[in-house]
Design a protein around this ligand. Structure first.
Ligand code: PGA
Length: 244
């Protein structure tokens, strides 16, 4: 089976002490996966994560300006210095906190300019899906972020329907195969002029039980995994299900 690209997203979880215990365990379970497994850690865990070579380090955000008077923010240049490979851009939890498309576009371009691979997150809310606006929302988010680009290499897109992202209660629904296939086919079409050989990840309650069947869906090239990446054993099981 061709290996998908799997990126964990810890969100606002784990101290360095907890991260070290996780990385030590994960290294034993998934020894050499840096080409196809990444972990999106809090900024504070990046240097520790870099000491482990069995996965790639992903940051969860960057600021949309090069540098300046932005207290508490982290720039692309700082991330380059920390040697991160990937950075999430436009995650729905940040969009919900007010991050506009124009800033997401700037972040994406800054990441690219600095040689970091951006993972552009797009996806509709439940209300938007129910109002029949899924296509329009995804199109607007894609065009907003990629406007003016032509056949750019090295951008990853993650389709994450907001309603399918787990809220920690363990009861969030995963999108159906048809819903995922429809959105990924649309995204592939929308980015075809803008991006060169793009990878399209799926995210939203992906776990060690459903990943192998989700990986069969056309135009699904990997996963962005939140809750199921928080436990080293679970995330290792998920990754190792593609190690056959
Ligand atoms: P989830 O989160 O896997 O817990 O649903 C995915 C994400 O928000 O990136």
């Amino acid at each position: 089976m061709k290996k998908p690209l799997i990126i964990g997203n810890w969100k606002m979880n784990k101290t360095n002490t907890e991260a070290k215990a996780y990385f030590d365990e994960f290294k034993q379970l998934v020894p050499g996966a840096s080409k196809w497994v990444g972990i999106g850690v809090p900024f504070t865990c990046i240097q520790l994560a870099n000491k482990y070579r069995n996965f790639a380090t992903c940051a969860q955000n960057l600021h949309h300006e090069e540098k300046g008077t932005h207290t508490g923010e982290i720039s692309a240049e700082i991330l380059v210095d920390l040697k991160v490979k990937y950075v999430l851009v436009g995650h729905s939890e940040r969009r919900a906190a007010g991050e506009p498309d124009a800033e997401i576009a700037k972040k994406l371009k800054l990441a690219l300019t600095h040689g970091i691979t951006p993972v552009l997150c797009v996806g509709e809310t439940r209300a938007e899906r129910e109002a029949g606006e899924t296509k329009a929302v995804i199109s607007k988010q894609i065009e907003g972020a990629l406007e003016g680009m032509e056949k750019v290499k090295g951008v990853i897109v993650a389709y994450e329907p907001v309603w399918a992202i787990s809220d920690g209660s363990g009861s969030s629904p995963t999108a159906s195969e048809e819903q995922i296939q429809e959105a990924h086919t649309l995204i592939k079409k929308l980015v075809s002029k803008r991006l060169s050989s793009p990878k399209i990840l799926f995210g939203g309650s992906v776990n060690e039980k459903n990943a192998t069947s989700l990986a069969q869906i056309q135009n699904v090239h990997g996963f962005l995994v939140g809750g199921a990446s928080l436990d080293a054993k679970r995330f290792a099981l998920l990754c190792n299900s593609f190690n056959a």
